[in-house]
Design a protein around this ligand. Structure first.
Ligand code: UDP
Ligand code: MG
Length: 326
C-alpha cells in the first residue's frame, strides 16, 4: 500500500473574489477522500499567495485559523508568477506529502477529477495529468492560438500533453525529481514530462472562471508561450541559420546577375532593388539578432541564479530543516 498524505497546492494572485467559495469546494473533496480513507487525515490544502495586493492573504489566514490542519499557506514577498508559485508549493510540501496536486484557485478545473487522480496514483502512476476534453469555454482566438502553440511545440520536438494546464497529481518521487531541475525559466508543462516515471491522464471539462478576471492577459500568454519554446528548443536559432544561408545564396545569385548585366553593357540604375534588398536584409538581420538575444537573455538570467521565490510569511513554520532538501 502506498503512503497517503495528499497536499493540494493552490497558487493565488488577487483571488479574493473566488477564494471563499473555491476553498470550501476543494475542502469538501478533500474531506470526502479522507472519509473514504483514501488519504490521511493530515492531508491539506496549501495556498501560495503570489504577492497579492488585495485581501487574499487575510482570507488564507482566516481559513488557517478556522482549520489549521487542513488549510495552510505561504506568502511571497512580491509577485513571482504562477509557475514559481507552483514550484514553491511543491518545494514546501514535498518532504511531508506522498502525493501533490496543483490546481488553480478559480475552479476552472473540475475538482471532482481530483478523486480520479488519487485512484490513478494507487494504480501505480507517478504523474497524473488533468486534460481538458473541451475548449468550448475558451474564445475562438484562444483555441486557435493554443492549437498553433501545441503544433509548434510538437514540431520542435518538445514532449507535451496537449490541453493540459497545470492541473496534475505528482507522487513524492516525481516531485523530488522535478525539483532537481534547477532552471530559473520555468515552464512546468514541458518540464514534467522530462521527469519520466509512469504517467497517465484524467479527462475533465473545463469551466468558465466563476468570478474575478484572468491573471493571464494576452501579453502574458504570449510571453508564456515564448518561454515554453525558447526554454526547450534551440530550433529558432537553427531557423535563423537556415534563413541566413538562404539569403546568402540568393545574394550570390543576385550578385552574379549584376555582374552579368554589367559586362553585357547594361548599366543598372537599380535604386529600387537596392533599397528593397537593404530593407529585407535589414529586417531579417534584426529578427535574427533578437532571437539570438532572447537566448542570451535566458543565459543571463540563469547564471545569476537568483531565488525562484522569496517566502515572506508562512502559516505552518515551514522551516528550512523541516521542509527543504539540503
Ligand atoms: N496566478 C498566480 N500568479 C500570477 C498569475 C496567476 O499565482 O502572477 C494564479 C491565479 O491566481 C490562478 C492561476 O494562477 O490560481 C491561474 O491563473 P488564471 O486563472 O488567471 O489564468 P487562466 O485560467 O485565465 O489562464
Ligand atoms: Mg483560470
Amino acid at each position: 500500500m502506498k503512503k497517503n498524505k495528499l497536499t493540494i497546492i493552490i497558487p493565488c494572485y488577487n483571488e479574493e473574489e473566488v477564494l471563499p467559495i473555491s476553498s470550501q469546494s476543494i475542502k469538501e473533496v478533500l474531506f470526502e477522500l479522507i472519509d473514504q480513507k483514501k488519504i490521511s487525515n493530515q492531508s491539506c490544502i496549501l495556498f501560495v499567495d503570489d504577492g497579492s495586493t488585495d485581501s487574499t492573504w487575510k482570507l488564507i489566514e482566516s481559513l488557517n485559523l478556522e482549520d489549521p490542519v487542513h488549510f495552510t499557506g505561504i506568502k511571497f514577498s512580491r509577485n513571482f508568477g504562477h509557475q514559481n508559485a507552483l514550484i514553491a508549493g511543491l518545494t514546501v510540501a514535498t518532504k511531508t506529502s506522498d502525493m501533490l496536486i496543483t490546481i488553480d484557485a478559480d475552479l476552472q478545473d473540475d475538482i471532482q477529477a481530483i478523486k480520479q487522480m488519487v485512484i490513478e496514483y494507487y494504480n501505480g502512476f507517478d504523474v497524473v495529468y488533468g486534460v481538458r476534453n473541451n475548449r468550448d469555454m475558451d474564445t475562438f482566438f484562444k483555441r486557435k492560438t493554443a492549437n498553433y502553440f501545441y503544433t509548434i511545440m510538437e514540431k520542435i520536438g518538445v514532449k507535451m500533453v496537449p490541453n493540459h494546464a497545470d492541473f496534475r497529481l505528482m507522487s513524492q518521487r516525481a516531485t523530488k525529481t522535478l525539483l532537481s531541475f534547477k532552471e530559473q525559466n520555468i515552464f512546468l508543462r514541458g518540464l514534467v514530462p522530462l521527469v519520466g516515471y509512469p504517467s497517465t491522464e484524467v479527462y475533465y471539462s473545463r469551466n468558465k472562471r466563476f468570478a474575478g478576471d484572468s491573471k493571464y492577459p494576452l501579453k502574458k500568454m504570449l510571453a508564456f508561450a515564448l518561454e515554453g519554446i525558447t526554454s526547450f528548443s534551440i530550433m529558432p536559432i537553427r531557423l535563423v541559420r537556415n534563413l541566413g544561408i538562404f539569403t546568402f545564396l540568393i545574394g550570390i545569385i543576385y550578385t552574379l546577375n549584376i555582374l552579368f548585366q554589367h559586362f553585357s553593357g547594361n548599366t543598372v540604375t537599380g535604386w529600387a532593388s537596392l533599397t528593397m534588398s537593404i530593407c529585407i536584409l535589414g529586417g531579417i538581420q534584426l529578427v535574427s539578432l533578437s532571437i539570438i538575444g532572447e537566448y542570451i537573455g535566458k543565459i543571463y538570467s540563469e547564471v545569476k541564479h537568483r531565488p525562484r521565490f522569496i517566502i515572506e510569511k508562512n502559516l505552518d513554520n515551514f522551516t528550512e530543516e523541516k521542509y527543504f532538501e539540503k
